[in-house]
Design a protein around this ligand. Structure first.
Ligand code: AMP
Ligand code: MG
Length: 468
């Protein structure tokens, strides 16, 4: 742990500390000077034994045997009032044995970005790490130029990654892999512990959670941007909000990350990359699947084939919710593809277009916000015919669609405004205003219209950066 001079965010407002409430952390304490010292990494909280975790990972397809917490460290665990165990981690808190040539610090921009995007994802109901606090360090970090430093407090059900398994597997440390798998079973999958083949069950459930997660990303137009195996958590939560982004205009080939030059992690590639990453996990788990290598391989292959089944169930469910159907039907695939093709052809805004469909079910205030029709009425005929075959009541359908089709997402250009104000002027108001909107993403109000709108051409953000 390193010392960091701190300057508290002056407007700390405990009403924003929603993860704190879930975790049973006293929000008054969070605003105290002691909390500030602890969350800046200056002081070790009572009972905390900080450590940096080792992991390996496949980055853009190439294996890196030694990664690890290079600009983060674990403070410890807390048990929430509901009994669930969480990791508390500081990100940007200084060098660790895994920093290599990095400084272990983070500029304020990426901290604000992660805060807003992770909290937006949580409010959308997507499994994710959360952001408990952000602290301005008062120090300058050097990137493309000087930037103010900050530390994020990240919360996760655990930080065990596919890459954590790869770390032990690549050393041939079968005992290490087994200990880690047993730990995961106990911490996240205790209901599987009595299974006849618990490790195979563990793998299957990780796969199912990841398939569901990625289906949710697709449904919100979220592009993770850096789906390396070290950025895939075993517990199935989204992690690493680096160069990620929510799409504005729909483009199935969309890439935001400035370092993803081949488009490996583009939008329509995400489900396939999920399977590729899980194949790396299966490789690491092979010795646990069977003592006979051939049989282990057969088990792993069979299990991996289930990914297509899991994703093939999860994605239609997501789209069916968005389109207002009570149950997905096989024939809906064509309808979904047709709608996405219309959106791509007319370069429609992904979020607004789906929200526009909600308005076709029951006119709400959003209608006036959008103004012109998004899609020509004759292009919606098949969808309307399909709705007519569905028995769900209008009210049920409206509520379902509203939940599945948010009015507000963490739009790049708005996140950029919040970052600029904080970095350039120490003004956190745009950050707080945006956060408040993102915490209730489904409830449109005319006063918040500016937050719902797509960017003007000059505001469009084309590229995102890791920024670390
Ligand atoms: P990530 O972008 O979080 O997936 O990071 C990939 C690897 O680079 C991880 O091992 C990080 O700990 C490390 N890393 C990223 N930024 C820094 C930094 N500023 N200092 C040291 N290590 C870093
Ligand atoms: Mg990472």
């Amino acid at each position: 742990m390193t010392t960091t001079t701190t300057a508290a965010s002056p407007e700390f407002d405990t009403t924003f500390a929603s993860p704190a409430k879930e975790l049973g952390i006293n929000t008054q304490w969070l605003a105290s000077d002691e909390a500030l010292q602890v969350l800046a990494g200056n002081q070790t909280a009572m009972g905390s034994a900080p450590m940096a975790q080792a992991y390996a990972g496949h980055q853009f397809g190439s294996f890196n045997p030694k990664l690890g917490d290079g600009r983060a460290h674990l403070l410890g665990e807390i048990v929430a009032p509901n009994g669930q165990r969480f990791d508390l981690q500081l990100k940007g808190s200084g060098p660790t044995p895994y920093s290599r040539r990095g400084d272990g610090r983070s500029p304020m921009g990426p901290v604000i970005r992660e805060y807003l995007l992770s909290e937006a994802m949580a409010a959308l109901g997507v499994p994710t790490t959360r952001s408990l606090a952000a602290v301005a360090t008062g120090e300058t970090v050097m990137r493309q130029g000087p930037a103010p430093g900050a530390v994020l407090t990240r919360i996760a059900p655990s930080h065990i990654r596919v890459g954590t398994f790869e770390y032990f597997a690549m050393q041939g440390d079968e005992d290490g892999v087994k200990k880690l798998a047993d730990y995961c079973l106990q911490r996240h999958f205790s209901h599987l512990a009595n299974h006849q083949q618990p490790y195979l069950s563990l793998f299957n459930e990780v796969m199912e959670r990841q398939a569901k997660l990625i289906a949710q990303w697709q449904g919100f137009g979220f592009i993770h941007g850096v789906m390396n195996t070290d950025n895939m958590l075993i517990c199935g939560a989204t992690v690493d909000y680096g160069p990620c982004a929510f799409m504005d205009q729909f483009d199935p080939e969309k890439v935001f990350s400035s370092i993803d030059r081949q488009g490996r992690y583009r939008y329509n590639q995400q489900p396939g990359i999920g399977q590729w990453n899980l194949t790396r996990l299966a490789q690491a788990l092979l010795p646990l699947m069977h003592t006979d290598g051939e049989k282990a391989l057969a088990h792993a292959q069979q299990a991996l084939d289930n990914y297509v089944k899991h994703y093939g169930a999860a994605y239609p469910r997501v789209m069916s919710n968005k389109l207002g159907f009570s149950e997905p039907q096989p024939s809906d695939q064509g309808l979904t593809e047709q709608l996405l093709a219309i959106m791509a052809e007319h370069q429609l805004d992904f979020t607004l277009c789906f929200r526009y469909l909600v308005d076709q079910i029951a006119t709400d205030a959003f209608h006036q916000a959008l103004g012109d029709a998004f899609i020509a009425p004759d292009e919606l005929i098949l969808w309307q015919q399909r709705l007519a075959t569905d028995s769900q009541s209008q009210e049920q359908r409206y509520q379902q669609m509203k939940l599945a089709n948010p009015a507000f997402i963490a739009r790049n250009h708005q996140v950029a405004v919040a970052i600029r104000a904080a970095e350039d002027k120490g003004d956190y108001q745009p950050f707080y205003a945006l956060l408040k909107v993102l915490q209730c993403p489904n409830d449109y109000q005319p006063t918040l219209r500016a937050f719902a709108l797509a960017p003007e051409p000059q505001e469009v953000v084309q590229h995102t950066f890791c920024g670390t």
